[in-house]
Write a protein that binds this ligand. Structure first.
Ligand SMILES: [Zn+2]
Ligand SMILES: [Zn+2]
Length: 287
């Protein structure tokens, strides 16, 4: 579906959309991430015109591929937004933008065969590298019983034989989703490692707010933007520089009058944590 859209560049709106995406990608590579959605917003009416054109010509490939390409375009906007949040040190929001990118990429992947996904596989791997920098490992997930719902395409109940749509499938550029009208009961809120929605993060553990130390240290390194990497945590014992050393049984240098080994000698070492970044391949945007 992704490449199919590019086959329609004889339609002027399709060509305009592609050109706008190329200029957005160029901008992101250069690190200019102000106004992440400016190109996307300026081109929405072209997407709509392409969709109307597709419907008028009964062309479901064009209708579906413009929908997939819309998410593909959106992915790069969200990537710019992600970078912008990092620059603003808004770490929590940057995580949400990262998840938006991931959702766009997965959506495109669902409708595009392997080998025809352009730069999507590379971008997903890069997003996964960035995910490793965050302290989130557990997420909330809620389970509930749906009492009443309807199909977004035909309006009938998706469980009834009258609805022939499959959840998550594309029908002339529209995704069939189950719209919930009424929830019978919430069954449980559980903690899970691989939730459907990774935005439902746990903000604190054991009463302590989670810290973004690893992410901050990574950002301080000024590692090249859009390059893959792996990160490992190293802990080493270091001698506390604030302590003036003396013999173990001598009076402590702090003047407490107790033996060094029973006083400041106890805090002679501390664990220094630092992170090692191993560079990987730069991600090549296909334009
Ligand atoms: Zn239906
Ligand atoms: Zn002491």
């Amino acid at each position: 579906m992704l490449l199919s859209f590019l086959d329609y560049q004889n339609i002027s709106e399709v060509k305009e959309i592609c050109d706008k995406l190329v200029s957005l990608k160029k901008r992101i590579i250069s690190g200019d991430v102000d106004d992440p959605y400016i190109e996307y917003e300026s081109i929405q009416d072209r997407f709509e015109r392409v969709r109307i054109h597709a419907l008028a010509n009964n062309d479901s490939t064009l209708a579906d591929s413009q929908r997939v390409f819309n998410d593909y375009f959106r992915l790069f906007c969200n990537l710019a937004k992600f970078k912008q949040c990092l620059l603003n040190k808004d770490y929590r929001a940057s995580w949400n933008s990262l998840q938006d990118c991931m959702n766009n990429a997965v959506f495109v992947g669902r409708f595009t065969p392997v080998g025809r996904r352009l730069d999507i596989p590379d971008v997903i791997e890069l997003l996964e590298d960035y995910e490793c920098l965050y302290p989130y490992s557990l997420f909330f997930s809620s389970e509930f019983v749906i009492a009443k719902s309807h199909c977004s395409i035909c309006g009938k109940s998706m469980q009834s034989p009258q609805c022939l749509h499959r959840r998550g499938q594309l029908y002339y550029g529209e995704v069939a989703v189950e719209i919930v009208d009424e929830i019978k009961e919430f069954q449980a809120v559980s903690l899970v490692k691989n939730p459907e929605n990774k935005k439902c993060v746990i903000e604190s553990l054991d009463g302590k707010p989670i810290s973004f130390d690893m992410l901050k240290e990574f950002l301080d390194m000024n590692f090249p933007w859009l390059q893959r990497f792996s990160i490992t945590k190293k802990t080493e014992r270091r001698i506390n520089p604030d302590i003036i050393m003396t013999g173990r049984n001598s009076p402590c240098t702090c003047g407490s009058g107790i033996k060094f080994k029973k006083c400041c000698g106890k805090d002679m070492y501390y664990d220094h944590v630092h992170y090692m970044v191993t560079p990987g391949e730069p991600v090549n945007f296909i334009m």
